[in-house]
Unconditional design. Structure first.
Length: 333
């Protein structure tokens, strides 16, 4: 079965073709980061317009790279939500329009399910069950995953998502958008002893997170420096921030594994690309003989491959899940 995946929930247009026999055949991505950079964040209207411009050429490129015809597609999976309403509507329109034209069934995919299953695209995928840490710009969740569609939420953020904390703290330091990679690079030059920032909920017994206090702590130290802040101060603050957030994420993952008695941990979502987080998780897991799995770097942030794959997995579980019903709705929340 050949599944086309369409992702357009935020600032990346992603198209991909996944074949249940042959694996991922091709994928194409356009990132709008450069376009949004001058505004310091994603401008929803511009995002929607750009998805419209990019979707069909990316589809053509994906078909050409995979050396298949549009008529060979068996089903079309698109991101139904969560995300920006206008951006989601573009992907849904493309998927449903194409489904109608080709007389093929379509199915809406939950964006987070795409992220959650993305580590299974790797050459050595984890076996079920596992604990998943989902850390993206909009979400921070710990889940127990027993199979496709069998997810139990163990804990989540009570306020800001981890990616949001990265982005907002980076903004306070005058770094560009998206802030995650920028603050992470700067932190490499910082002195770990310069700032001990709070580690919210580190010792709470539950698996919930809270990051808004950490962001406020960054704001407070930035204000203390007022206009005189130098590059080394910024690097030290970045280091204090990264160390604090990584400590909390690692500790909660270890608690989740201990509480559930599971041995495998899967990291998904944009923050999963973070080098400091990966190093700390690997060290903590090795000590306790846990295995950690990450998506390939290119599949950590938003992409079409994870949506095509999630669609294919869902159809394997429930062949009737894709329908020839083209009156679509999106779910921004
Ligand atoms: O999963 P994603 O692409 O989109 C959402 O579904 O939200 O995640 C984007 C988030 C942004 O907040 C971005 O700053 C963060 O992931 N991010 C990183 C890194 N790369 C992306 N955060 C920390 N370190 C990184 N290397
Ligand atoms: Zn995402």
């Amino acid at each position: 079965m050949l599944v086309l995946g369409v992702e357009s929930s935020c600032d990346e247009t992603g198209l991909a073709l996944y074949d249940t026999e042959r694996g991922l055949l091709a994928h194409a991505l356009h990132s709008q980061i450069a376009m949004h950079q001058e505004y310091g964040g994603v401008v929803p209207e511009l995002a929607s317009r750009d998805h419209i411009r990019r979707a069909i050429p990316l589809l053509q490129q994906t078909l050409a790279d995979a050396q298949v015809q549009a008529a060979d597609i068996d089903a079309i999976a698109y991101t139904q939500g969560p995300g920006l309403a206008g951006a989601l509507l573009v992907g849904a329109s493309v998927a449903c329009g194409l489904g109608l034209a080709l007389d093929k069934p379509v199915l809406g995919i939950h964006h987070l399910e795409g992220h959650l299953l993305s580590p299974l695209l790797a050459s050595k995928p984890p076996r079920f069950p596992f604990i998943a840490l989902l850390v993206s710009g909009g979400h921070t969740q710990l889940m127990r995953v027993d199979g496709v569609g069998r997810y139990e939420l163990l804990g989540e953020t009570l306020d800001d998502a981890a990616g949001e904390a990265f982005d907002k703290s980076a903004k306070l330091l005058g770094l560009g958008y998206p802030g995650g990679p920028a603050i992470s690079r700067l932190a490499e030059f910082g002195d770990p002893a310069a700032y001990q920032l709070p580690r919210p909920m580190l010792h709470s017994k539950n698996l919930d997170f809270s990051f808004s206090g950490l962001k406020t702590a960054v704001l407070t130290v930035v204000k203390q420096h007022s206009a005189n802040i130098c590059e080394q101060d910024k690097a030290n603050i970045a280091r204090g921030f990264v160390d604090a957030i990584v400590d909390v994420l690692v500790a909660k993952c270890m608690t989740a594994l201990k509480q559930t008695n599971l041995k495998r941990l899967v990291i998904a979502g944009g923050v999963g690309a973070n080098a400091q987080l990966r190093a700390a998780l690997n060290a903590a897991a090795a000590k306790r003989r846990y295995e950690v799995f990450y998506p390939e770097l290119q599949f950590c942030t938003d992409n079409g491959a994870m949506i095509a794959f999630a669609g294919a997995m869902r159809l394997r579980e429930e062949p009737g899940a894709a329908r020839k019903e083209y009156g679509f709705g999106v779910r921004p929340r």
